[in-house]
Write a protein that binds this ligand. Structure first.
Ligand SMILES: [Ca+2]
Length: 386
């Protein structure tokens, strides 16, 4: 249905751009030649053609488009049903697309792509992957915002919080939180990139001088790590329990300044081992969140990442980017930087027993061996200071 709605504004655009190309009458004089710019956010639709701009409230625009379509052709009515309840997509799904084409066929193609993207966003939300306030019990809004990582946060926290970051000098990571005087391990607000909304993260202010942003944490198997791309991208879990901070957050935190990685693995006797990398970073989503910076290993857990996982893209059960003929994320019930498939998988099944089949658990080859399924892990990142 969204597609049908958007096709209506496509027709508006086309009538305009056709006019720009073929006519010089007064009506179309405003549609100057030049690039088309379309910006769709969860609230607004902004169209620019040449020097002219149109700004619309997205929902109002869609509704008025439907009404006009009905009035112009009553036969349209049976095809248009009452709009389904709208759930705002996460801000990070916002699409900004600039159209450079002036060929109407190309414009149609690109607009169809935009409408398809928008529909995908809404479909995902309507499939209830956006957590609703009611699904987290009787927590007040502050509790919800502090406890939930990733996908649901923008939706839940918009109404009562200023999440734009405007006029707020928010630290970019837990190291900056620490540098501003915070010395207690806990939940803090950071903003890795000034163009994105701030997020709440868990900061470890104690381990090895503190200032660590916790990007992965497991200790009791309470969180399901057998998840799809969307969840691994935006993050999931609970800041006070088990969590995955999200690949996009990980990218924003590590890609723009030198960062180190500390991995802490806890075996079933509560003995901890460490793997420290002086350099760590991942690529962007178009790069498959590839593990593209990993160097300077030290630690008593052994290096189970570099040889087999460095330079590999991230794979989930719905996005196979690994080198195995099948999908490693399906085979091992988790998302990870799989190769063919793995010698370390901290997101593997939480078994906390000897793995019935080698590699199936929370696994790190060089600490306790292949069939061993560990009882816990943490991944922490921190910017490297000169
Ligand atoms: Ca594969």
């Amino acid at each position: 249905m969204i597609v049908a709605r958007l096709l209506y504004f496509i027709s508006i655009l086309l009538s305009c751009s056709f006019g720009a190309v073929t006519n010089n009458n007064e009506k179309n004089a405003s549609c100057a030649d030049g690039p088309l710019g379309i910006s769709i956010t969860k609230e607004s639709l902004n169209i620019q053609i040449g020097g002219k701009k149109w700004d619309h409230n997205l929902n109002e625009f869609i509704e008025s488009s439907i009404q006009e379509a009905i009035e112009s052709n009553p036969e349209n009515k049976p095809d248009i049903v009452e709009p389904t309840p709208e759930i705002d997509p996460p801000e990070t799904d916002v699409k900004n697309v600039t159209l450079e084409e002036t060929d109407p066929k190309h414009i149609i193609k690109q607009l169809e792509t935009i409408s398809s993207e928008l529909q995908n966003i809404r479909n995902v939300c309507q499939q209830s992957e956006c957590v609703s306030a009611s699904s987290v019990g009787n927590l007040n809004n502050g509790d919800i915002c502090n406890r939930i990582v990733g996908i649901s946060k923008p939706q839940l926290c918009d109404a009562s919080e200023d999440n734009t970051g405007a006029n707020k000098n928010i630290p970019r990571n837990c190291k900056e939180v620490q540098e501003r005087g915070q010395t207690i391990t806990g939940i803090y607000e950071i903003q890795p990139n000034s163009t994105l909304k701030p997020i709440f993260v868990l900061c470890d202010m104690e381990t090895r001088d503190g200032g660590w942003t916790v990007i992965q944490k497991r200790f009791d198997g309470s969180e399901d790590f057998d998840r799809n791309w969307r969840d691994y991208k935006f993050g999931f879990g609970n800041l006070k329990r088990e969590l995955w901070i999200g690949l996009e957050n990980m990218y924003q935190i590590t890609a723009f300044e030198a960062s180190e990685l500390l991995i802490e693995i806890t075996d079933r006797d509560q003995i901890k081992a460490f793997a420290h990398y002086k350099g760590f970073g991942i690529g962007s989503e178009p790069e498959g969140y590839v593990l593209n910076v990993l160097n300077g290993f030290s630690g008593d857990a052994g290096d189970s990442l570099t040889e087999h996982h460095f330079k590999n893209k991230f794979t989930t059960k719905d996005l196979d980017q690994d080198k195995h003929p099948n999908n490693c994320a399906v085979l091992f019930s988790s998302g990870w930087w799989f190769n063919n498939c793995h010698v370390a998988n901290l997101n593997g099944k939480y078994l906390n027993i000897q793995a019935p089949v080698a590699f199936t658990g929370l696994h790190w080859r060089d600490f306790r061996g292949q069939p061993y399924s560990h009882a816990g892990s943490r991944m922490l990142v921190r910017p490297v200071r000169p």
